[in-house]
Design a protein around this ligand. Sequence first.
Ligand code: HEC
Ligand code: HEC
Ligand code: HEC
Ligand code: HEC
Length: 473
Amino acid sequence: MDKRIILGLILTLAVALLLPFYFFNEASRMEAAGLAYQAESAARGVILYKDYCAECHGANGEGEIGPALNEKRFLSKAHDAVLFDIIRDGVPNSAMPSWGQARGGPLTDQQVLDLVAFLRGWEPTAPLGKTADATPDPKRGADIYFATCIACHGKDGKGTARVPVALNDQEKLARHDNAWFFEVISKGRLDKGMPTWGKVLSPKQINDIIAHLRTWQTTAAITPAAQPTPTTQPTPTVTLVVTTTTAAPVGAVTPTLVSAAASATPTLPPATATATARPVKLAQFFPASKPSASKGEPSYTSRCVTCHGPKGDGKGSKASLLDPRPTNFTDPSKMRGENLEKLFDAVTNGVPNSDMLDFKEKIDEAGRWDVIAYVWMTFVNQPDKVTAGRAVYEQNCRACHGDAGQGDGPDAQALPTKPTDLTNAERLAALSSTELYEFISKDGDPLHSFGQKLDEDARWNVVSFVWTFVFGK
Ligand code: HEC
Ligand code: HEC
Ligand code: HEC
Ligand code: HEC
């Protein structure tokens, strides 16, 4: 054979054998270059982070005013592109500014990328969830207070010209328990200019602030200071304990109303002849006028269906990708314990650590109530149950509560207490179906001991029907 052909064959073979090694090397070479580039980018990010972010997110990303960024769940869920967008654009209506020059901030796109690379570096070792000590710390609270509250409430809580509301008022500190402060601070009073801090501060941070406010208190508390634990969601309700003058139950030391919302409540339940106090919960979020399920339907179809599904069972097309899964609104074991106010809060502010976004910007307030009306009266309280419940209502409740639920039935006049107006959304929005069910099933209550008279289905159905009074067409 021609020597040149043999040589050619050998060379071809050699190339064929060596080529993969070359590719292999090239790939790892490129990977190495990529890693080096990432490392450089992250190194630049460290400096930017210290300058611009540590103040709110903590030196090690543990979270201060802003949420913890050094957190496994968050980092594993947020893609680089998502982090990039958040940092460049900020979070509207929160303390998180937009940093990108494109949005009027100080940072170039490359610098935002550097920050993303730096944050990403935490992922492998990031702790899962909050590891911080849960005991409220007045010193930390003071720091947060100085960073977020003094502009309006002043250094010593005396109030300012801008907001002449004293937080260091002894009477106020003694009268209100920690749960009350937690509620006011996390919910805010937007209409009066008090921001909603629950969106910006973690429950732990709010408890820290309360511990700081308590350092101003020199008089003893009248109400025991119950400590809301940082893990529980703040209950979005205000509890008014109305005690009768005759026999006040143990524990209720004061005959006054144990709530600030007292002055704001138009309808206090009249004192009944019964000696026990019944706590009445009023919602802080409730619709101003009757929400409409039919108006809410198009919103549901366009904005909620991909996750919660056309049947409301949580089986939308995107659902299998999500953890936690979208709520199944047709699951009674979950939904009977929920209340309208909580749903409104979820739709308005989103659900932390889930893909449930906030719709505050996208749907106006009335529209959010409409979509809740649709969810509540279509999936949670299904139309056939409502129809069955109407018959139960007419037979058992109408005589007192009236045709339209307003408490003006023919038997109402003879009663010492006016039947509750079931169209009162402020009252109903704070109650769950389970609470209503239990209320009408109580043995020994002369008006509502339906436990013996009606079977379970009939009682659940009438509860489903009662909700129609809160909503319009
Ligand atoms: C003045 C305080 C403040 C500063 C400074 C700040 N942030 Fe934030 N940041 C926040 C708050 C508050 C939130 C929560 C916003 C929300 O979702 O309501 C947030 C949210 C975030 C989130 C989303 C976290 C999540 O769990 O959804 C990222 C990422 C983030 N910030 C990164 C940064 C980076 C990077 C910087 C520095 C360039 C920075 N932040 C500076 C206050 C701040
Ligand atoms: C932008 C101004 C502003 C900031 C910042 C602010 N508040 Fe307020 N706050 C108000 C206003 C206004 C009221 C009064 C609302 C009213 O009249 O019902 C108020 C009321 C309160 C109340 C209820 C007092 C009462 O007597 O009813 C508490 C508690 C409170 N703020 C705590 C805080 C805390 C804690 C912070 C910091 C995390 C804070 N606020 C930050 C404006 C502000
Ligand atoms: C991207 C997916 C997604 C979209 C779109 C979405 N949701 Fe959700 N939603 C979720 C997930 C996931 C949860 C469960 C959160 C959890 O369990 O922690 C949830 C929870 C909720 C809850 C809280 C239920 C409860 O009882 O706590 C309500 C209410 C709700 N969604 C209503 C809506 C409405 C109304 C819309 C449309 C305006 C909507 N959602 C759009 C994913 C979504
Ligand atoms: C004999 C008259 C009477 C009948 C019948 C009656 N109620 Fe009532 N209901 C009242 C009165 C009076 C109140 C307010 C006093 C109280 O709280 O006990 C009330 C209160 C209520 C409340 C308010 C609960 C709360 O926590 O605010 C609900 C809900 C209710 N009734 C539902 C029903 C349902 C459903 C039926 C029929 C199955 C029914 N009632 C039958 C007289 C009646």
